[in-house]
Design a protein around this ligand. Structure first.
Ligand SMILES: [Fe+2]
Ligand SMILES: [Fe+2]
Length: 354
């Protein structure tokens, strides 16, 4: 059991460190490298005996409420040294594209780093975490929640028709069309929300409470889903036109909605991610079915970009990629449901890469 004093001490160090790391330009004090290091050491010492809360979770109503309660009690994780995050570790495997890149460089040609070389910190899932993801639903609690849920259900229905999932049998072409299109849309909310909060911080001359990095990480994570799926698909002109049209409409609508109600937008994304988890679970069923339309993804090698991004084993398959993407979507689900349940001035409990 952690005493109240220890929790307060942890909270003080954590908030001071987050402040020092995230808002140096906004601070009235000069934060030196030494003071950051001191805070980091202090935090490590006082956290070593604490029960830290694993923030990754499912996202039904009870779990979202429990999560928000823990966040409000200050029971969230400490800020890790960026060099200790898995993202910054030397890759365990050297992918084929990396080898190709090195050999190209040694041959004196222009160096072209492989996709995924420059990415923000993001969770690397364990085998256990990949398989514990479940389809869940958070019951709407208020009018805003109900509105967000109805909007998502409407989008889902329309998208099932648009992607051909309502008719005929599913096949690889339909799956790739659906995944690629879905991910071009899914990458929008995090970027728009991050930009809105960034602008608000600049305009009001106030700190952001640490939300921006989580939102940017989400946007990049969705874009990496897209880049991974694009390794298997050559988009047609019609597909590209549909993406441009959808982006124009969705960016405009989401931006206006975020100005009116950030709560609605995060709840909307929470419900959108519930649907994404359902979709990827359905994809796994199609892969695992003995004569399923996607059974070849059980043995089809994972693209290099996926092996690099999720730090997967070299022998990983497309099935492993879908498991990793589904775990990411489940993470966005609890993050956005939690952010929707917090006031926009509350502290973001999700640390970089968590
Ligand atoms: Fe995604
Ligand atoms: Fe997502």
């Amino acid at each position: 059991m952690v005493g109240l004093g220890a929790i307060r001490q942890v909270s003080r160090h954590r908030q001071a460190l987050m402040f020092a790391l995230t808002t140096p330009a906004m601070s009235s004090k000069v934060v030196t490298r030494n003071s950051v290091l001191f805070l980091r050491v202090s935090c490590k010492q006082c956290l070593s005996s604490s029960n830290l809360v694993q923030m990754r979770s499912l996202a039904d109503s009870k779990q979202v409420n429990d999560n928000v309660e823990k966040i409000r009690r200050g029971e969230s994780e400490s800020v890790g040294n960026p060099e200790d995050l898995p993202h910054f570790r030397l890759p365990a495997v050297q992918s084929a594209s990396e080898k190709a890149s090195k050999s190209t460089t040694s041959a004196g040609k222009k160096e072209m780093p492989p996709i995924g070389t420059y990415v923000l910190p993001h969770p690397i899932w364990t085998e256990e975490q990949l398989h514990e993801v479940k389809v869940t639903h958070k019951q709407p609690d208020c009018l805003v929640d109900r509105l967000a849920y109805r909007t998502v259900r409407l989008f889902r229905g329309g998208f099932d028709v648009f992607s051909g999932f309502k008719f005929g049998t599913r096949n690889e072409k339909k799956w790739l069309n659906r995944i690629c299109f879905l991910e071009t849309v899914a990458g929008v909310p995090g970027m728009v929300a991050a930009m809105m909060r960034h602008m608000t911080s600049l305009r009001r001359l106030q700190r952001d409470q640490g939300w921006i990095h989580t939102l940017l990480e989400e946007a990049e994570n969705e874009r990496m889903h897209l880049l991974t799926a694009l390794q298997l698909k050559e988009p047609s002109t019609l597909f590209r036109l549909c993406v441009i049209g959808a982006q124009g409409v969705f960016v405009t609508m989401f931006s206006i909605s975020y100005v009116i109600s950030a709560k609605f937008c995060h709840r909307f994304v929470g419900y959108l991610e519930e649907e994404a988890v359902k979709t990827y679970t359905k994809c796994l069923e199609d892969i695992d079915e003995p004569d399923g339309p996607m059974k070849h993804w059980r043995t089809q090698p994972a693209p290099d970009v996926a092996i690099r991004y999720w730090k997967m084993k070299p022998e990983s398959t497309m099935r492993d990629v879908i498991l990793a993407i589904r775990a990411d979507e489940a993470h966005h689900r609890i993050v956005n449901h939690s952010l929707a349940s917090l006031s926009k001035d509350e502290f973001n409990p999700y640390k970089p890469g968590k």
